[in-house]
Design a protein around this ligand. Sequence first.
Ligand code: ZN
Length: 263
Amino acid sequence: MIEKSIYENYHIDFSDSYESDDAYYFIFNNEREMYLNKDKSLPKIIDNFNIDFKLYIGKYMDKDTFVVNVDGNGDFFNLKEVYDIDKDIYLMATRAVLVRDWYMSHQFCGKCGTHTQLDEKDMMLKCPKCGQVHYSRIAPAIIVAVRKGDKLLMAKHSYHENIRYALIAGFVEAGESIEDAVHREVAEEIGIKIKNLKYQKSQSWPFPNSLMLAFTAEYDSGEIKVDGDEILKAKWFKKDEIVRYDSDISISDWLVQDFINHF
Ligand SMILES: [Zn+2]
């Protein structure tokens, strides 16, 4: 994962009416893919696109920066491809794409169906009829590396396309704390109890809108018992038995690497 802060190169701001003649554009199409120049740099012009909307999102690399949605295809790349092309652009794209998604998906009030209006000051879409406000939506999720001595717990999830062993993860349910979520997910998926839960770090994960909160924990008690439906198998791996992820894009890869470094 990229460990540096998005704010190293970015100053946050927002406007739907700001104009600039020297800017960077994060241009997405309706497939949520991002446009890059032929030399894989960020575009500085948008004249040749059929623009759906354009929003100012602050300064990136000291330049005015916009997120744009267009009707287009061609030199567009999905976000994982963007990560492989340029890590810095990817980091900024993880914000740009969520601003785009928020704007596109809250054009109508979810409560009463009225066309929403952009707030004058904040990045908020407001319903003129019922007053409901619509902010960018982030779904908190937990991921945990559970250790038993020098072994790491990994499980095979049935929903993965390429079924392979991965760390335990899941969404935080309404009403529970993130710590509750970790204990519950491990108990539900694996049937064991854990202890010494420690928060490590977080990562914005725009597939589609998660905020991943990474923990380490130690085995406490119980036997591995999986449901055979969501989780097919689970077992303890020594570090040389772990099959690594294909990419280092995710915080799960960071957790696995952290385990390998220490045990
Ligand atoms: Zn409403």
